[in-house]
Write a protein that binds this ligand. Structure first.
Ligand code: RIB
Length: 333
């Protein structure tokens, strides 16, 4: 096992500088920091627990990486996080990654320099890079929210999206719809693949065919919902109902239907996912699947603080259950 002297020699700095980089006890130029981190990786050096124990006491601050605050789902979860952090006497350092892994990594380094006591991750991009960075920096409590890589070093609080997709589709089937399509989320993202699996299960149980051309892709934003609905309405035959994998895309889809001269739900029924606050004020108010967003934020902070305070908690996976919220965007067929 390499020691701090060998790391210093490899990086061309003093052992004091290496210690400052590890413990974030003094500003060190980014270029020097990178040289030290590279030397640590090359020599497979893990800061000794003693070195880590020299880390200054808690800063009572928490870092949070989030995909974007422009999607109300994330904004409402962040609001729950902020509220609970404030109640517990912690401040929150928020980083919007906007879907970029390098941005996630840059924010992580900034948060480590600020010596955050723990980290919340609610972004899909850059998780592996962030975990790699954390793995050899030693322990930092991390809670991943919404969905994430399977890792035994972090807690994961995830939505039961398979159940949510099943509930949404079951609702449309119970209203008598037989020709049902989807506007899905980003390909490969767990919430999207799980919602599709729930959709397929409900359709199979009702012995209803799934028409591939009615499974349109989206990006969890209004524009992609609008575009997907436009494609569906241009087809020779269209579904009588759609399960749309989040409320933002549902908003875009409603706009596209209205611009095409169609009424919701009279001409086509739509059900969304997330139950953001805006959903109840759409025209028509959106039937959707609720995710407990504020509770997710509070639970994540509670879990993280327990880890920060050294509580030993065995189970690392927590699943949150969605529920159906019926409003006016679906009608009986
Ligand atoms: O609206 C954003 C979507 O992405 C939510 O459904 C949430 O599950 C996140 O994965």
């Amino acid at each position: 096992m390499a020691n701090i002297k060998e790391v210093a020699a490899r990086a061309g700095v003093s052992t004091t500088t290496v210690s400052h980089v590890i413990n974030e006890t003094r500003f060190v130029a980014e270029e020097t920091r990178e040289r030290v981190f590279a030397a640590m990786r090359d020599l497979n050096y893990a800061p000794s627990l003693v070195a880590r124990s020299l880390k200054v006491k808690e800063t009572h601050s928490i870092g949070m990486l989030v995909t974007t605050s422009s999607n109300p789902f994330f904004a409402e979860v962040v609001r729950g996080v902020e509220r609970y952090c404030f109640e517990q006497g912690y401040n929150l350092m928020l980083g919007n990654t906007e879907g970029e892994a390098q941005t996630a990594l840059s924010y992580l380094k900034m948060m480590l320099r600020k010596r955050v006591d723990g980290l919340l991750i609610m972004c899909s991009e850059g998780q592996q890079e962030v975990f790699n960075q954390l793995d050899w920096l030693g322990t930092l409590p991390v809670v991943v929210m919404d969905w994430g890589l399977d890792s035994d070093r972090v807690d994961l609080i995830a939505d039961n999206s398979h159940l949510g997709g099943y509930l949404a589709t079951r609702h449309l089937i119970d209203l008598g719809h037989r020709e049902i399509g989807c506007i899905m989320g980003p390909e490969g993202r767990a919430p999207s693949t799980q919602r599709l699996a729930g959709f397929r299960q409900a359709m199979a149980e009702a012995a209803l065919p799934v028409r591939p051309e009615w499974l349109q892709g989206g990006e969890f934003d209004c524009a992609s919902g609008f575009a997907a609905m436009t494609r569906l309405l241009a087809m020779p035959t269209r579904p009588s109902a759609l399960f749309i994998f989040n409320d933002m895309m549902a908003m875009g889809a409603i706009s596209a239907a209205h611009q095409a001269g169609l009424r919701v739900p009279e001409d086509i029924s739509l059900i969304g996912y997330d139950n953001v606050e805006l959903a109840q004020y759409l025209s028509p108010p959106l039937t959707t699947i609720n995710q407990p967003k504020e509770a997710l934020g509070r639970l994540a902070v509670t879990r993280l603080l327990a880890r920060i305070h050294g509580e030993q908690i065995a189970n690392r996976l927590i699943t949150q259950e969605p529920d159906l919220v019926i409003r006016q965007s679906c009608r009986r067929y």
